[in-house]
Design a protein. Structure first.
Length: 293
């Protein structure tokens, strides 16, 4: 049997990393099995033999999120599954171990940017017509209701099915009908600057939570050729500490390009993420710069 000839300090470091991993694994298993009881930090730390402070630092370093955030993610996933079924908001709140709908409401708003009731309804009673069309930025999926444009997504060749599925997941209870001729006039107008007119505004039907719609309406006020940050939007809607929730709402914008989420930049002007790809975001910003030049 070969001897381990590594230095003593390296052996000690390896043993410590293994011990840390075992503690994190035990904590994850405990949370996964007992999330319905909503254990406290002290409860979880006790399972590892560490103080709450030491355990919090260890778990956050290994898992990339705090023990509380991990427990909230478990709770949220189970609540979504219940709401996707026949459970009421009250039943879902109690079933996942929360004291009532208020706590479930806060959990959803902070992490999904919508209330549990809004999550459950998700397009119920709405008829959406859709069609694929050519655009300067790849294939464009146009989705409309009787009230106006409800969705606009992009896809490269061969990616249409996944882009369509992504949009449909936003409104799983809506009735969707393919209608290329009916959606063509929207495509003609959206991507033709000569048809842009303040006197005849394009009708847009935003389907989302109250918080999301406030964020999306703020996006609509960003002038062509300009950009703002997530914190700017949070301040504009009177929620200066809600940058994280704003980021979630921006990412869920169903009407790309027209509701210009591509004009939101990170700190220092970085492009950050874009649901339809950073290359496309750069292309759109460059195309818009050419319109105001």
């Amino acid at each position: 049997m070969p001897l381990d000839v590594r230095p003593d300090h390296q052996l000690s470091d390896d043993r410590q990393r293994l011990a840390d991993y075992e503690r994190v694994k035990a904590a994850i298993a405990y949370c996964t099995e007992n999330w319905r009881e909503q254990p406290t930090l002290d409860d979880i730390a006790a399972r590892t033999g560490l103080s709450p402070t030491h355990f919090h630092k260890l778990f956050s370093r290994w898992a990339g999120l705090s023990p509380k955030a991990f427990l909230q993610a478990l709770t949220l996933d189970h609540a979504k599954a219940l709401l996707d079924g026949s459970a009421s908001v009250l039943d879902a709140a109690l079933d996942v171990g929360l004291s009532g709908p208020g706590r479930l409401h806060d959990l959803f708003v902070n992490h999904v940017a919508m209330s549990p009731g809004e999550y459950k309804s998700r397009g119920e009673g709405v008829d959406i017509r859709w069609g694929w069309h050519a655009s300067p930025f790849g294939r464009a999926l146009i989705m409309t209701t009787q009230r106006g444009l409800a969705g606009l997504a992009f896809a490269d060749a061969g990616e249409e099915a996944s882009a369509y599925a992504d949009m449909v997941r936003r409104w799983p209870r809506a009735k969707l009908v393919e209608d290329h001729p009916g959606t063509q006039p929207f495509a003609n107008r959206i991507f033709n600057p000569s048809q842009w007119s303040r006197d005849i505004p394009l009708r847009v039907h935003l389907i989302g939570s109250d918080f999301e719609i406030r964020v999306w309406e703020t996006l609509l006020r960003i002038p062509l050729g300009r950009a703002i940050s997530y914190s700017d939007i949070a301040s504009a809607i009177g929620k200066p500490s809600a940058s994280r929730a704003v980021g979630t709402a921006v990412g869920r914008n169903p009407v790309s390009f027209v509701v210009p989420c591509h004009r939101v930049l990170g700190r220092g002007g970085s492009l950050c993420g874009y649901h339809w790809g950073l290359t496309r975001k750069q292309a759109i910003l460059g195309w818009e710069a050419g319109q105001v030049a």
